[in-house]
Write a protein that binds this ligand. Structure first.
Ligand code: SF4
Ligand code: SF4
Length: 223
């Protein structure tokens, strides 16, 4: 699984740096998912260091960290560049939104006023087909339906996340959303269940998904 990120437009990042008055920055680059998406890693770090310096922003330190999204790893990695952090007025992260928030949390303990600017947009959790080709196949809904749908996720393969079969916008197995360029998720589910001789599961009526309890501030604590 890879958290898929794409690079924000450069102007947007530079606008954010200006808005927060950042002239000296530490750059933290994710060496795992963002490296695979070419939005982080060593290459991303070099690319951004060059761009920032061209615009007159001094890069006081640049690190590639294996787990920007892991508070413990960030605590360890940031300790090594504490002197540089002290003389910086911001941090730029080449990571996903999880990485950014991990940095905010860890840095917040010692440098609560230090802004962290994110240079990427987080797209989705990606299933890898091959390097450079990722698919959104799970949205982490917290109540997995795959056992009833032949292993195909209706939340992500149906453009409207419908729960009970195709809508009226399906034409010859294709979805109206995105101009009939993609398969209808519910046709995929139907075909799969039919192939498996389990159309009884297709007929099962499901309640609408309750996002009110799934969409925000969830946490899982293992004991
Ligand atoms: S139903 Fe879909 S979105 Fe929900 S957990 Fe399963 S795969 Fe993920
Ligand atoms: S056509 Fe199919 S995939 Fe598209 S929104 Fe309707 S049910 Fe979902």
């Amino acid at each position: 699984m890879v958290v898929i990120t794409t690079q924000k437009p450069e102007e947007e990042v530079f606008e954010a740096l200006e808005k927060w008055g950042i002239k000296k920055a530490v750059v933290v680059s994710c060496g795992t998912c963002a490296a695979l998406c070419q939005t982080g890693g060593t290459e991303g770090l070099e690319r951004w260091t060059e761009k920032l310096e061209e615009k007159g922003i001094q890069v006081t330190a640049g690190i590639v960290s294996e787990d920007v999204c892991d508070n413990r790893v960030m605590m360890k990695d940031l300790r090594k560049i504490d002197d540089e952090l002290k003389e910086s007025d911001g941090v730029i992260t080449l990571s996903c939104g999880l990485g950014e928030q991990s940095l905010v949390k860890v840095l917040g303990r010692k440098y609560p006023k230090l802004p962290v600017i994110i240079a990427n947009n987080t797209e989705f959790m990606g299933m890898t087909e091959r390097i450079g080709r990722f698919y959104m196949r799970c949205r982490g809904c917290g109540d997995c339906l795959l056992n009833d749908t032949g292993g195909i996720c209706p939340i992500t393969t149906c453009a409207k996340s419908l729960m009970n079969g195709p809508c009226g916008g399906m034409v010859e197995g294709m979805c109206e959303v995105d101009n009939y360029e993609r398969d209808c998720g519910w046709v995929l589910i139907y075909n799969r269940l039919k192939e498996m001789g389990r159309l009884d599961l297709y007929e099962k009526l499901r309640d609408a998904f309750d996002w009110s309890e799934r969409g925000h501030q969830r946490e899982v604590v293992f004991r």
